[in-house]
Design a binder for this molecule. Structure first.
Ligand SMILES: Nc1nc2c(ncn2[C@@H]2O[C@H](COP(=O)(O)OP(=O)(O)O)[C@@H](O)[C@H]2O)c(=O)[nH]1
Ligand SMILES: [Mg+2]
Length: 194
């Protein structure tokens, strides 16, 4: 994808009405701090348009980035942030459910998992939940630059087994530092998902 222009067009909080977009949407889910905003910046060729946070869990909004007036990249709020109250967790769940359930234009959901660690209980729940909503999530294994090359295959296997992925599910290793995996993600989006 050649990025001509990007625009953070819509930000939805827990009480917002979700937009009825006419362009296709691709969404990104994952725990706080896994690298969602960094990935979206890399896909948009922007350094810091999507906010990158050192203090995770603060923003509980769904952000819609309009790409070239052709499609949207959708940044979903992160889960698994310990300092969030039960009430806030419930609000988070309802907002995401409203979106996954209600969006007519949502074409695919990517689930981001930190390649270094075994998927957490929350990661597994999120994976199963996305599947229950009728999507076949594609996994992006983030922070690839933190591993030695010789460790990558073992960790990809760990992610596949940890999430108990449906056979054939794609796992794309990615680093927002080296940008490795970026072109694979765009190619997949453009050839199979839009
Ligand atoms: N080394 C490395 N750090 C990353 C990568 N992606 C994100 N980070 C760092 O992880 C932290 C959280 O990133 P962010 O994109 O805000 O995560 P989000 O909460 O999922 O949106 C920041 O300090 C980023 O610089 C990556 O691919 N490699
Ligand atoms: Mg973020």
């Amino acid at each position: 994808m050649i990025i001509k222009n990007v625009n953070l067009e819509t930000v939805c909080g827990i009480t917002s009405k979700l937009p009825e977009n006419e362009l296709p949407e691709i969404a990104f889910a994952g725990k706080s701090n896994v690298g969602k905003s960094s990935l979206i910046n890399a896909l948009m060729n922007r350094k810091s348009y999507a906010r990158i946070s050192a203090t995770p869990g603060k923003t509980q909004t769904i952000n819609f980035y309009n790409i070239n007036e052709e499609m949207y990249l959708v940044d979903l709020p992160g889960y698994g942030y310990a300092k969030v109250s039960e009430k806030e967790k419930a609000q988070w769940g309802r907002l995401i459910e409203r979106y996954l359930h209600g969006s007519v234009q949502l074409k695919a959901v990517f689930l981001l998992i930190d390649i270094r660690h075994d998927p957490s209980a929350n990661d597994k729940m999120m994976y199963e939940w996305i599947v229950e909503q009728g999507f076949h999530p594609i996994i992006i294994a983030t922070k690839l630059d933190k591993l030695k090359r010789s460790q990558v295959q073992k960790h990809v296997k760990m992610v596949k087994e940890g999430l108990n992925l449906v056979p054939g599910t794609k796992v794309i290793p990615f680093s927002s530092v080296s940008k490795q995996g970026r072109d694979d993600i765009w190619e997949l989006v453009e050839t199979e998902l839009l």
